[in-house]
Design a protein around this ligand. Structure first.
Ligand code: FAD
Ligand code: NAD
Length: 469
């Protein structure tokens, strides 16, 4: 390391993008300092992916037990929500400690505090007790993440207004909840709370839920939501709310007519998107200006307008997903270390952990048709899967989108374990495998993964357990 600097790589932010960048850079024998102002693991581990999926799993257990009569199971399910929350907190605490151990084992120096740039090669770090130190660095990685968008009139400091963090930190179940926004967070948390018996009313500005996914993927989720008793109201903008004796009254305006409606509940959860965090770190001091959407612009290696400063994760743009950020962290670390990082054109899967789950990767059929003239599709409905029948979840389908020579360009899965199934399609896209090769690969029986083999065979008009198209 050059003697001029206190550390070779300063990583600011200990979420999945930052801690992965730090560990990978240390694995490449760089001297690394990771500064985190709250808790290691960032949004994902402390108030996002992990607590939401822990509570969703617990809610699924309760729901499955309540609805198992078809399998001959009847149960009087008692949910001890405080115990459930303790279990979720244990999961999070365990993982916090693991991330800390992994950082230390990889010789990453950990600093608890807020880092802000002073100039192109130094940052000031303010500790939790007001202490402050200056740290010089050769390279920096900005991984400051994102925070929820606050709607005017729905300030998160108000006790009756929750963001995802607040909803995941409740120690008592509300009787009823209004959810503003039917995107990823709105629908995952609506599912979770509805399965725990909360009366959920969703208000969404657009004319359907989950705008990131195509309507045929969303349809099974919409009908399952309705079966769970989730009331969905589309084409309505949440405009204001006020506290009531019961909790809160939320006013919406119809996007076409302007007609106003009011919904009452114990609390309102606002999930209308997330915005990058660039105001904690004094980017202006080193001449980096966020773009019009607030993101720090980078090239495909994560390099910003300042050559030795990188940005990764949510702060560096869409998709704001943990695995995308972690991959960007790995790529930036490799670039700093002068290693090969094969950054270009990686297939990034996206998953909504709704009921049923939705998962996508690569191109849709319409997207493929824009560039490839030999597009073909293979599909398999979950209701034809022996495994889906044995677990009692037959909703949804697998679709493979193929180009010239049957090469897999993308895929969409809606149904049980879609979050797991998508990885095989991601591998196929990444490795340039064809539907023929997927169909020839032997999948164990009875498993949901056979649906991918069958969809691949269907692309070749050779499906066995469904009629060919
Ligand atoms: P973050 O995880 O936000 O971490 C940034 C860190 O930087 C924070 O810990 C913050 O304290 C710290 N920081 C900021 N400024 C400074 C500073 N100046 N000095 C020191 N530290 C600083 N994604 C998925 O892929 N799958 C999911 O299932 C999923 N579920 C989600 C559920 C919810 C409810 C939410 C809210 C998000 C979910 N996400 C999910 C998104 C995922 O959490 C983010 O994409 C991911 O956390 C981004 O990682 P990051 O490292 O870029 O930022
Ligand atoms: P989102 O962008 O997924 O959905 C926001 C929704 O709010 C949209 O449908 C939008 O039309 C609606 N909306 C906006 N303003 C409104 C208003 N005034 N009234 C009514 N509706 C309104 O955002 P999110 O759910 O907050 O999630 C943020 C990000 O977090 C996601 O984009 C994703 O990157 C990440 N995330 C990922 C996962 C996952 O990977 N499983 C889970 C949760 C969050």
């Amino acid at each position: 390391m050059s003697e001029r600097f206190d550390t070779e790589v300063l990583v600011v932010g200990g979420g999945p993008a930052g801690y992965v960048a730090a560990i990978r850079a240390a694995q490449y024998d760089l001297d690394v300092t990771l500064v985190e102002m709250h808790a290691l693991g960032g949004t994902c581990l402390n108030r996002g992916c992990i607590p939401s999926k822990a509570l969703l799993s617990a809610a699924n257990v309760a729901h499955d037990a309540r609805t198992g009569s078809q399998m001959g199971i009847s149960a009087d399910v008692d949910v001890d929500f405080q115990r459930m929350v303790e279990w979720k907190d244990d999961v999070v605490g365990n993982m916090n400690r693991s991330v800390e151990k992994l950082c230390k084992a990889n010789r990453v120096s950990l600093v608890n505090g807020r880092a802000a740039f002073e100039d192109e090669h130094s940052a000031r770090i303010e500790g939790p007790n007001g202490e402050s130190e200056r740290l010089t660095f050769e390279y920096a990685v900005v991984a400051t993440g994102s925070r929820p968008i606050e709607l005017p009139g729905f300030e998160f400091h108000r006790p009756e207004v929750l963001d995802a963090k607040g909803a995941l930190a409740l120690d008592e179940l509300p009787d009823s909840l209004v959810v503003v926004g039917a995107g990823y967070i709105g629908m995952e948390l609506s599912t979770l709370f509805a399965k725990l018996g909360v009366e959920v009313t969703v208000v969404e500005a657009l004319d359907s839920m989950m705008p990131a996914f195509s309507p045929d993927l969303v349809a099974p989720v919409a009908s399952a939501a309705s079966e769970l008793g989730i009331e969905t109201n589309y084409g309505e903008l949440a405009s204001e709310c006020h506290p009531t004796d019961r909790g809160v009254a939320v006013t919406t305006e119809d996007v076409d007519s302007g007609d106003r409606r009011e919904y009452e509940a114990d609390a309102v959860l606002v999930a209308v998107g997330r915005t990058p965090v660039t105001d904690t770190i004094d980017l202006g001091r080193i001449g980096i200006e966020p773009d019009e959407d607030g993101f720090v612009r980078t090239d495909e290696y994560g390099r910003t307008a300042v050559d030795h400063v990188f940005a990764v994760g949510d702060v560096a743009g869409e998709p704001m997903l943990a695995h995308a950020g972690a991959t960007e962290g790995e790529i930036a670390a490799a670039e700093i270390a002068g290693r090969d990082s094969s950054a270009v054109d990686r297939a990034i899967p996206a998953v909504a952990f709704t009921s049923p789950e939705i998962a996508t990767v690569g191109l849709t059929e319409a997207e493929a048709e824009e560039t490839d003239h030999a597009v073909s599709v293979g599909e398999f409905p979950m209701r034809a899967s022996g495994r889906a029948l044995t677990i009692g979840h037959t909703e949804g389908f697998v679709r493979l989108v193929c180009g010239d020579g049957g090469v897999v360009l993308g895929g969409q899965v809606v149904g049980p374990e879609a979050s797991e199934l998508i990885s095989e399609i991601t591998l196929a896209v990444e490795a340039g495998l064809s539907a023929g090769e997927l169909a020839e690969s032997i999948h164990p029986h009875p498993t949901l993964s056979e649906s991918i083999e069958e969809a691949a065979a269907n692309e070749q008009d050779l499906a066995i357990h469904t009629l060919n198209r």
